[in-house]
Design a protein around this ligand. Structure first.
Ligand code: CMC
Length: 430
């Protein structure tokens, strides 16, 4: 077959080049413009990367038009229904589903690394009691670089594997400790007899004075939430992890930078923002007013939990999460007025021409908060839960990047629109 190319012509000079058109297993073809600058002397301009593939990857595939999300080829619906978060972690990291023996070894490894260095615990005391847990996560995960020197050589595959296991294992412990610290309660050590999700619940909600039995309905729902957040190809936080990693920074530092990028309300912070928005709306009768505000160009208000850069039909994760939320609330016999507001909001928005034309649908964050609230997780921990779920994705993408022989430091260019050269003026003459 003839090599497929795209011709790019600079009409100002009349010069053109043919660039290769690359085809992946699925998804739109990608024009390889790597030689554009050296051959035509021009850059491409794509703020927000709406048309830019930043890397080659075998991990996750999204078809935004058809609401498809697959990890390593497996539909997320099947994984959420049949798999467990730890198995998904293995799949993302290693590319294949584990055999029984491989899974058991992996499970034991993760359990083995669940405690954090005692010295790391003193970091929590340096934070104010009302610190946002995401702030604590950024600091303590980054600080892991100072404790695990035996796994920092990024060019050593054993070190990379060890760091990956440590990060997946210790994130839940760090997250639970950030909550315990804010509550003024003692830190609870992990219990490795429990599953990944149960162990997190145990570290969050156990107190020395009382016995705590994780509720299986809740543990199962949390495990599914983790699965649904586990990876999402080159989103803002994952791209941040890759960009930080491209400079050969250590994995703990890279994951910490991913946590910062996740924090914003346009990304992982949306789950917290959704519940705050619903509380502000207050009652179903107020929904139309807020929908109008979201459409108003003069207002900065947006419907949180609505819209997605890639999904232009529906977010498959939102569909599953909505169902789990309904099941959990029913099972636990919880009635929340916020759910009524959310359902009304969804109904009005989905029938409004503004949202239809712009293809704005509920995303993963719209309903996840109901499950988290039912579990008893406080609002400011919601984005931390997203971070826990996304951790295997971040670390798998980082591992893939480091193992890539063509890997280079990420270094975007710019369209400079500042002042041209001018001479310095002495202060007295300004
Ligand atoms: N409410 C009202 N209008 C919206 C919304 C919304 N939630 N989202 C997008 N729009 C409008 C936006 O004003 C723009 O209108 P116009 O073309 O007239 O200027 C148009 O839709 C396109 O929006 P955009 O901001 O250019 O789209 P984007 O792809 O850059 O942004 C987004 C995607 C998710 C940041 C955005 O939809 C948003 O801010 N949503 C609310 C926050 C949210 O729920 N974030 C979680 C995303 S899913 C979890 C994750 O993976 O991070």
């Amino acid at each position: 077959m003839a090599k497929e190319t795209v011709t790019i012509t600079d009409n100002s000079t009349g010069k053109s080049i043919e660039v290769p058109l690359l085809r992946g297993t699925e998804g739109p073809p990608v024009a390889d413009i790597g030689k554009l600058y050296s051959e035509l002397g021009i850059f491409t301009y794509d703020p927000g990367f709406t048309s830019t593939a930043s890397c080659e990857s075998k991990i996750t595939y999204i078809d935004g038009e058809n609401g498809i999300l697959r990890y390593r080829g497996y539909p997320v619906e099947q994984l959420a229904q049949k798999s467990s978060h730890l198995e998904v972690c293995y799949l993302l990291l290693h590319g294949e589903l584990p055999s029984k023996n491989q899974f058991e070894t992996f499970r034991k490894n993760i359990a083995h690394h669940s405690m954090i260095h005692e010295g790391l615990k003193s970091f929590f005391n340096g934070f104010s009691r009302d610190a946002h847990p995401m702030a604590i996560m950024v600091g303590v995960v980054g600080a892991m670089s100072a404790f695990y020197h035996d796994s920092l050589d990024i060019f050593n595959t054993d070190h990379r594997d060890l760091s990956a296991d440590r990060i997946i294992a210790k994130m839940t412990t760090i997250a639970a400790y950030s909550y315990k610290y804010s509550m003024g309660q003692p830190f609870v050590y992990p219990n490795n007899d429990l599953s990944y999700a149960e162990n997190f619940l145990h570290m969050m909600f156990s107190v020395p004075a009382e016995r705590y039995e994780p509720n299986p309905v809740i543990a199962d729902a949390l495990d599914k939430i983790f699965i649904l957040h586990a990876d999402h190809e080159q989103n803002a936080s994952t791209s941040t992890v890759r960009l930080a990693g491209s400079s050969q920074a250590n994995p703990f530092a890279c994951i910490s930078s991913g946590i910062t990028a996740l924090w914003g309300p346009a990304h992982g912070g949306a789950n917290e923002a959704v519940i705050r928005m619903l509380m502000k709306i207050g009652k179903p009768e107020n929904v139309p007013k807020y929908v109008e505000m979201a459409k108003d160009k003069n207002s900065t208000f947006r419907l949180m939990g609505f819209g997605h850069r890639v999904y232009k039909n529906y977010d498959p994760r939102a569909k599953i999460i909505k169902k789990i939320a309904g099941d959990v609330l029913k099972e636990l016999n919880i009635h929340t007025p916020l759910l009524e507001i959310a359902l009304k909001l969804e109904e009005i928005a989905l029938n409004d021409p503004y949202f239809i034309e712009k293809k704005l649908y509920p995303n993963v964050d719209f309903y996840s908060g109901f499950i988290l609230q039912a579990i008893g997780i406080p609002l400011n921990m919601f984005t931390v839960i997203f971070a826990l779920g996304r951790t295997p994705g971040w670390i798998s993408q980082w591992m893939e990047m480091i193992a890539e022989p063509k890997q280079k430091i990420g270094r975007p260019r710019q369209l400079y629109v500042g002042a041209p050269e001018r001479d310095y003026i002495e202060m007295a003459k300004r």
